[in-house]
Each structure stands twice: as structure tokens, then as C-alpha cells.
Ligand binder design. Structure first.
Ligand code: FAD
Length: 397
């Protein structure tokens, strides 16, 4: 059966990449992109970094109107897909319009996990996912403003770094015993903890908000039932929830996120999912959801190749990055192992520390992190792919 119409729900990273990949792989049929935001697809990684620090010089656009026209894409913005009618192969929009598809890609991303206790305050409380969220933060991240950031994960620390650069007074509340505990080994978390504290950011570990109120137009929070903090604003980043409701309603297999096979196909062969909303069956036989820019692009490519019956390339180690306090930190491979070894890099052009951390399983390199040593990343990925031994790396060093 020829594929006449592909509908992509979600005009974000994966949605935009899927368009590019489909056309690169010679898909000549109709593409309809449906997004519930007012914008054409834009990059989210700068939202916690350059979009706050240098908004005028930061390019966010992924696909320009001209490019979308050249790629012959029908774009529908400001409309969310409310329902998938699987039997009729139709999606229904907020305005009631029904759009038919032969193949459907769900690329709806994720939304910040909510903290009702803070949302109930009604004002001075922020989260960060969209361009509007970032724009709202620019007026909050100001000199002398007292900010409390809830969550010492990637976004919390990037925001802490940006807020400090704008001379705000920053306190980070983290429930774990170190920062970035969900995404990075303790060794890196502890390094970042020291750096942030040295930069004047007050990081409180093993700390929870027990009460929050507004008094005289500022926020008063109780932490660990023991201490009170006063803040002009609270920003919280405590993880995300996949936007999977339309898949749940359509009866697709969903386990927190939408379950997809190695080809990003859901339990309905005509419906695919990619990006933050998808949990994919990986080479090791386990399902894993990866919330990164690279993963959204890669899964969009997997979807496009599968639709076009093109063989999939061998998977590379997963990769992502974060920028904090002038440190560019890149990660590849498995971050869950417990055996990590740091090697300092001497001949760096960057001032300050630069090093690589290798993650080992029985001496085999399975993960790697570069701190201000991005040029080492390509070699690290190769070592992971070739299952190189750390011992031989040390011998040749
Ligand atoms: C502030 C911030 C900083 C980040 N920094 C980094 C970084 O440094 N490195 C890194 O690797 N990753 C980073 N990420 C993560 C990365 O941006 C995401 O993993 C990536 O954007 C996921 O792409 P996606 O297409 O799945 O989702 P999104 O880009 O979120 O796109 C989903 C789109 O679908 C829309 N949508 C949802 N439901 C519907 C519906 N029913 N109908 C129509 N449209 C719908 C959403 O509004 C959204 O526009 C960052 C994310 C954020 C928020």
C-alpha cells in the first residue's frame, strides 16, 4: 500500500527531525505537522542557557517557514490533537477538524511534573519547558532577586548557573544526597556541587519543602520542617511526564510513556512515537525512555527509515550534554554503572579543570563523561562501541 499522508503530532524536536528525515529518504507524499504551540518547531536546550543570557543573539528556530514550504509540509499550529480514531485512521483536533493519516507519528514530548503545593500559590512560581516559560524567566532572573530552585537536576543546575550569571541570589533545594543524581555518577555530581557552591549558589541537599505560603507578596517556604526561606520567586524542575494521553485514550500500549519497538512503532503498526513521549525497546532487550535532544532526532530518523523500508544503522552510544558555569559537560553510553575513573586533561586551552570520567563494567568502558574536553568525545564513543578495556587505555596513555 502506498503511503499518501503522514501526520506528525507535535511540532517539536522529534516532529521537525521527522520531516527532514522523511524528505531526505525520498518520501514524496503529504506531510501534515500539527502543533499545539503558537510556534514553528524550535530548539529547547537553549531555553535554560543562552535564551536567558543572550536572548537577542540566540537562534531557536529548527525549521523556517521557507524551509517548511520547500519541504512541502502542511502546518497546523495552535491546535492540539484530542483524539486518535484508529479504525478510521483519523486524528481529531481541538477545533473539531478531522485529519486523515496513513501513518501517524506521535511526537508530543513531555510536560513538567507538577508540584500542587507550589502551583497553589498562584504567583511567583515558574517551570520551564516552552519559549514563553523562558521569556517569563528573563524578568525573574535579575540582580538581587532571591530565587529558590527546586530540583538539582540538569535543568535546575543550568538555571542556577544562568541565574547566578545574572547576579540573582540562588538557593537550590535537592531531595537527594548530591546533584544530578538521576543522570550522572556521584563523582560528577559531587564535582558540580562544589563548583556551584563556589559560584555562590546555596545548594541544600536532602531537603524538601514542607510548607509554602505567600506573605507580603513574597514566598515563604519551610524546608525539612526546620527552617524558613524567603524568596521572590520559585522555579521548579523535578522531572517531566510524557504527553501520552492521546495514546492512552486510543488504547495503545503505554507504560508511563508510549511503548515502541526498535523501529519506534507502537502497538498499532500504523502509529509511531518518538522523542520524550516514547519508551523504546533497546538492543539489550530492555525498554528505555531517553529525554534528550539527540534521542528525539535519532528516533525521528528511525521512524522515517522504517516507513520508507530503509535498513536501520547500528545504534551508537546515547549522548547528551549540559552547560553549567562555563563547563561544557558531555555524556556517552551507560550512566548507571558504579565504577568510575577520572583522568585529568593537561593540555587544555580552557582555563580551569578539564577531565574525562570513564564508566567501567568489569574493566570494559561502557560510559564516558567529558568536562571541558569535548574533543575527547568521539574517541570515547568509539571505545564504548568497541568495548575497549580501561587497562589498555591506561597502558597507552
Ligand atoms: C529547558 C530545557 C533544556 C534542555 N537542555 C538539553 C540539553 O542541554 N541537552 C539535551 O540533550 N537535551 C536537552 N533538553 C531536552 C530536549 O530538548 C528534549 O529531549 C527534546 O526537546 C524532546 O523533543 P520532543 O520532540 O520529544 O518534544 P518537544 O520538543 O517538547 O516537542 C513536543 C511538542 O508537541 C506539542 N504537543 C504536545 N501534545 C500535543 C498534542 N496533543 N497535539 C499537538 N501538539 C502537542 C508540545 O507542545 C511540543 O510543542 C532540554 C529541554 C528543556 C526543556
Amino acid at each position: 500500500m502506498s503511503i499518501e499522508t503522514i501526520v506528525i503530532v507535535g511540532a517539536g524536536q522529534a516532529g521537525a527531525s521527522a520531516i527532514i528525515e522523511l524528505r531526505q529518504h525520498q518520501y514524496a507524499g503529504k506531510i501534515i505537522l500539527i502543533g499545539d504551540e503558537a510556534h514553528l518547531p524550535y530548539e529547547r536546550p537553549p531555553l535554560s542557557k543562552d535564551a536567558i543570557l543572550n536572548p537577542d543573539e540566540t537562534k531557536l528556530e529548527i525549521l523556517s517557514p521557507q524551509k517548511l514550504q520547500d519541504l512541502n509540509v502542511d502546518v497546523i499550529l495552535n491546535q492540539s490533537v484530542q483524539k486518535i480514531h484508529r479504525n478510521e485512521h483519523v486524528v481529531e483536533l481541538t477545533n473539531g477538524n478531522k485529519i486523515p493519516y496513513d501513518k501517524l507519528l506521535i511526537a508530543t514530548g513531555a510536560a513538567p511534573r507538577r508540584l500542587p503545593m507550589l502551583d497553589a500559590l498562584g504567583k511567583h512560581v515558574y517551570t520551564l519547558r516552552t519559549l514563553e516559560d523562558a521569556q517569563a524567566l528573563i524578568s525573574v532572573l535579575q540582580p538581587k532577586q532571591r530565587l529558590v530552585l527546586v530540583g538539582g537536576g540538569v535543568i535546575g543546575l543550568e538555571l542556577a548557573s544562568s541565574a547566578r550569571a545574572r547576579q540573582a541570589e540562588v538557593t537550590v533545594l535537592e531531595v537527594n544526597a548530591t546533584v544530578m543524581a538521576r543522570t550522572a555518577p556521584r563523582l560528577l555530581g559531587d564535582f558540580l556541587l562544589i563548583q556551584h557552591r563556589q559560584a555562590g549558589i546555596d545548594i541544600r541537599l536532602e531537603t524538601e519543602i514542607t510548607q509554602a505560603n505567600i506573605e507580603n507578596d513574597h514566598i515563604v517556604i519551610d524546608i525539612n520542617n526546620a527552617e524558613q526561606l524567603h524568596a521572590d520567586a520559585i522555579i521548579y524542575g523535578i522531572g517531566v511526564i510524557p504527553n501520552a494521553q492521546i495514546a492512552i485514550d486510543a488504547g495503545l500500549d503505554v507504560d508511563f510513556a508510549i511503548l515502541v519497538n526498535e523501529n519506534c512503532q507502537t502497538s498499532d503498526p500504523d502509529i509511531y512515537a518518538a522523542g520524550d513521549v516514547a519508551t523504546q525497546l533497546r538492543e539489550n532487550g530492555q525498554y528505555r525512555r531517553i529525554e534528550t535532544w539527540e534521542n528525539a532526532n535519532l528516533q525521528a530518523g528511525i521512524f522515517a527509515r522504517h516507513v520508507m523500508s530503509i535498513e536501520q544503522p547500528k545504534a551508537n552510544p546515547a549522548w547528551f550534554w549540559t552547560d553549567q558555569l562555563g563547563f561544557n559537560i558531555q555524556f556517552a553510553g551507560d550512566m548507571t554503572v558504579t565504577d568510575w575513573h577520572m583522568i585529568n586533561i593537561e593540555d587544555t586551552k580552557t582555563a580551569g579543570p578539564a577531565f574525562v570520567i570513564y564508566g567501567l563494567k568489569d574493566d570494559v568502558i561502557v560510559g564516558g563523561i567529558t568536562v571541558n574536553a569535548a574533543r575527547k568525545m568521539r574517541a570515547i564513543k568509539k571505545m564504548i562501541t568497541s568495548q575497549a578495556h580501561f587497562e589498555s587505555l591506561i597502558e597507552t596513555a
